[in-house]
Design a protein around this ligand. Structure first.
Ligand SMILES: [Zn+2]
Length: 153
């Protein structure tokens, strides 16, 4: 095997996902209503950005490229998930994995403004779960809820 192809094999996987571009995420746009920086997973390449949005393409990108749903940078350990008590009870989260510090800042914003977590319909007190890894579970045709979920372990 040539050294160059070995390098390609060892390089981090960065799958191309439509509508998901983390390269310019150094300056997150502000939420139009709250004025706070919008998490990476809550914005679209066309400029839409709001804490009330959850961009499915970026959720998938975070899962496959193992990048943080708030800052868009590579994840390390521990991995943190922010969700509702129901999500914690099911061990199935909808918001992508985060750095622990990014999880804390997202929780602080949601609590301060009393808004739902991105992708949730109702404002509930968020919970943070930390773990060493996760599985990304895509829905099947039989699932009523067609959103992918993250299962921490
Ligand atoms: Zn982060």
């Amino acid at each position: 095997m040539r050294l160059s192809s070995l390098g390609e094999l060892l390089a981090p996987r960065r799958p191309r996902v439509e509508g998901a571009n983390s390269s310019s995420w150094s300056t997150p746009p502000p939420d139009p209503e709250l004025g706070v920086p919008v998490p990476f997973a809550c914005a679209y390449d066309d400029g839409r950005a709001s804490l009330a949005l959850l961009n499915k393409a970026r959720v998938t990108q975070c899962a496959l490229s193992r990048i943080c749903g708030v800052c868009g940078r590579g994840l390390d350990r521990p991995v943190a998930f922010v969700g509702t008590a129901v999500e914690e009870g099911r061990n199935a989260f909808h918001f992508p994995p985060l750095h622990a510090a990014c999880a804390a800042s997202l929780v602080a914003v949601v609590r301060q403004h009393d808004v739902p977590l991105p992708g949730q319909a109702e404002a509930t007190d968020p919970v943070v779960v930390t773990c060493s890894g996760f599985e990304f579970v895509r829905p099947t045709a039989a699932d009523l809820d067609r959103r992918p979920v993250f299962t921490p372990y």
